[in-house]
Design a protein around this ligand. Structure first.
Ligand code: ADP
Ligand code: MG
Length: 353
């Protein structure tokens, strides 16, 4: 099945709810044809509001413009917009078979039955549900249900696929496997998709690019790896992973240094004015006390299976979280060396470049 790859252009989209709540402040966003974009942010930041505006389920404040390709769809009603949607729990029709669930959208559009059968057959192949056509949703695994929901959403050949926290209600283990499967399926469908989630790992795993949202505003848009390594905003740094905060004394600021456990690093030029810098636990190292390393004392050791997380007390700063390989044997109370990769320090306040 050939699906259309439609670019989406969002201009000045804002939403003020009737009770005065600013669900979304004026937002611009460009989504490339066939791209999977995640809207990522904490609960209440406006993800669903933006998604519903794109779908046509919510009317934006005056002045907004939404384009699918060249078509201005701002005033086009939801059923004519060419949207496929996947919701939390997938919202399958429990009394209908897999076949009937997938065919639903085509049948209400009065598609000729021969064509319905051909399309459903193709979709069943595409999402690998062969042999399960007659089953009800309750007889399927979580992964199979997800595939039915996706097949149903794309059966009507939407121009854009919208997913609102489809994995949120699942337990951790299932979520992880369905997440990877969803990522793979979206690549295979090659359809423009907007995926709403508050789970940063899910967004990183599924999306080509992430739009990180906070309080009704998109704070930064970019590829996951870039946002993780080079966040332009401290909120992005902290939302995408864990960070340590390293405060710099007036003297360190003056000398262009960052101090860590008594060791002085040259501060990267873009961070020279930052009185507080951030660094991720995996960008710090713990070792035996040694020349050229800072000094610390292990306060806590947490074995996490794939790694060990240490909390290390250092002079002049709050304790540092340090990720180490799983065989690291340093014990609570032990004096250790700490070291940082100075290229990995990140700003704590927005840098205007
Ligand atoms: P998210 O999906 O990121 O959790 P939402 O888009 O659902 O956030 O909500 C954004 C903000 O708008 C929240 O403060 C929420 O309480 C508010 N909001 C959402 N829907 C309505 C509504 N129908 N009426 C009033 N306020 C709403
Ligand atoms: Mg929501």
């Amino acid at each position: 099945m050939e699906l259309e790859r439609t670019p989406v252009t969002i201009r000045a989209c804002a939403k003020t709810y009737p009770d005065g709540t600013r669900g979304l402040l004026a937002t611009d966003l460009d989504i490339a044809p066939g791209e999977v974009l995640a809207l990522l942010g904490p609960s209440g930041c406006g993800k669903t509001t933006l998604l519903r505006i794109i779908a046509g389920l919510e009317t934006p404040d005056a002045g907004a413009r939404i384009l699918f390709g060249e078509d201005d769809v701002t005033a086009v009603p939801v059923e004519q917009r060419g949207i496929g949607m996947v919701f939390q729990h997938y919202a399958l029709f429990p009394q209908m078979s897999v076949e009937a669930n997938i065919a639903y959208g085509l049948r209400i559009r009065k598609t000729p039955e021969a064509e319905v059968r051909r399309a459903v057959g193709e979709l069943v192949d595409l999402v690998r549900l062969n042999g399960l056509e007659g089953k009800r949703p309750a007889e399927l695994s979580g992964g199979q249900r997800q595939r039915v929901a996706l097949a149903r959403a794309v059966a009507v050949r939407p121009r854009v696929l919208l997913l609102d926290e489809p994995l949120t209600a699942l337990d951790a283990k299932l979520k992880e496997s369905l997440r990877d499967e969803l990522a793979e399926l979206l690549r295979r469908l090659h359809i423009t998709a907007i995926h709403v989630t508050h789970d940063q790992q899910e967004a990183l795993a599924i999306a080509d690019r992430l739009a990180v949202m906070r309080k009704g505003v998109i704070v930064q848009v970019g590829h996951g790896e870039d946002l993780y390594r080079q966040p332009a905003h401290p909120f992005v740094a902290e939302f995408l992973g864990r960070v340590n905060r390293i405060s710099r004394s007036p003297q360190a600021l003056r000398l262009g240094q960052i101090e860590l456990g008594g060791m002085h690093y040259t501060c990267p030029e873009p961070l020279r004015d930052q009185a507080l810098v951030l660094i991720r636990p995996e960008d710090l190292a713990i070792g035996m006390p040694q020349a050229g390393w800072g000094e610390g004392v292990v306060q806590q050791r947490v074995f996490l299976g794939d790694r060990v997380q240490f909390r290390v007390q250092v002079a002049g700063n709050e304790a540092l979280l340090i990720d180490a390989p799983r065989d690291s044997a340093f014990k609570t109370g032990q004096a250790v060396g700490v070291s940082a990769n100075p290229e990995r320090f990140m700003p704590s306040t927005e840098i205007n470049t």
